[in-house]
Design a protein around this ligand. Structure first.
Ligand code: UFG
Length: 339
């Protein structure tokens, strides 16, 4: 297939492009590099031996997106391009609604114009909101979130669902990610946020590298076994493979399907810190601080639907996630970190 990947230079996008190229798909990236670096394209080529077509512009730029569809016979799209910082979205809601909703609508309109009927959308477990019990199942109400970022995911899921109702020959797969961490085993691709990281693993890596003094664990008094929050951390390469499986499914189906991509296991912040220390033989300075606003005590995926529908399940261990994250963060070679 020829696959358009918006946001294909980003953390999850770049790993997905590697899997697409390795599986023999022609791949076209549209990314404005607002939260990614140009050398990611070279790194993808180093890993796969193939260079994806790359266009640097905002996916909401309709004219330029039209040109890309006019120049390539695109069979399917995977839509990652979006702002994704939860805290920032609370401070800048208009930017988040404008950017995330606009790019999704623009892509859909251009797809319609060019008769492209297969879309995999980058959604999030945040759509389950604060009221569902875990493990989260796809049939639970997914109509609420706790930040403007999260609400953009809820809204785009709604838009796609309504679009499929009006166009039953379209296929939209809504992939609800849990907490992706880890990096490509080459050490060439990984999560490299600008500024001080918000997410746990990039923060841990900066502390391990001595760039930040210590980790603050947000809350030690949650109703969980060790008092720290539990999440479903999954390896980004497993997540990338999930996109490939979703695309293969979409090739032969119509309609809308929401699918969780998670391991089905909850791990606490403290357990992840300990696993990182053990996997990399590093002592991580940390303190237990106050709770962070908006954090839920615990959630993880029910991973059955992905297994049944896509034949997908996560295969990397927490140790793999910790080792590969650190390998990427320190810019090392696989030989020095993998045994
Ligand atoms: N945490 C710390 N210290 C830090 C950073 C995080 O203790 O410095 C804790 C958080 O409190 C939380 C856990 O680590 O308990 C994971 O936090 P992340 O910020 O890495 O991830 P979240 O679960 O908060 O956010 C993720 C995704 C969002 C998504 C959200 C809700 O990053 O895209 O889940 O589904 F919206």
């Amino acid at each position: 297939m020829t696959v358009l990947v918006t946001g294909g230079a980003g953390y999850i996008g770049s790993h997905t492009v590697v899997e697409l190229l390795n599986a023999g798909h022609e791949t076209i990236i549209v990314d404005d590099l607002s939260n990614a670096k140009l050398d990611v394209i070279d790194r993808i080529e180093t890993i796969t031996g193939k260079r994806p077509a790359f266009y640097q512009f905002d996916a909401a730029d309709k004219e330029r997106l039209r040109d890309v569809f006019a120049n390539h016979k695109i069979d399917a799209a995977i839509h990652f391009a979006a702002f994704k910082a939860v805290g920032e979205s609370v401070r800048k809601p208009l930017q988040y609604y404008r950017n995330n909703i606009d790019s999704a609508l623009t892509l859909l309109e251009v797809m319609e114009e060019f008769g492209c009927k297969k879309l995999v959308f980058s959604s999030s477990a945040t759509v389950y909101g604060p009221n569902n019990p875990h493990p989260y199942k796809e049939e639970m109400p997914a109509i609420q979130s706790s930040s403007p970022y999260g609400w953009t995911k809820v809204m785009i899921e709604r838009i796609l669902t309504d679009y499929v109702t009006a166009h039953p020959d379209f296929c939209a797969i809504l992939l609800r990610y849990f907490n992706p961490i880890g990096a490509h085993e080459s050490g060439l691709l990984g999560d490299d946020p600008n500024g001080i990281p918000n997410n746990l693993m990039p923060y841990i890596c900066r502390v391990a590298a001595g760039q930040l003094e210590k980790l603050t664990i947000f809350g030690g008094d949650y109703p969980t076994p060790d008092g720290t929050c539990q999440r479903d951390y999954l390896h980004v390469v497993d997540l990338a493979v999930g996109h490939l499986k979703a695309l293969e499914y979409a090739e032969n189906h119509n309609g809308v399907e929401a699918i969780n991509l998670g391991t089905g296991n909850g791990i606490s912040v403290l357990e992840l810190v300990t696993a990182f220390e053990k996997a990399n033989n590093i002592k991580l300075p940390y303190v237990i601080g106050p709770r962070r606003d908006g954090d839920l005590p615990a959630f993880w995926a029910d991973a059955e639907k992905a297994r049944n529908l896509l034949g997908w399940e996560a295969s990397h261990s927490v140790k793999d996630m910790c080792r590969s994250s650190w390998l990427f963060a320190k810019g090392g070679t696989p030989e020095s970190s993998f045994s």
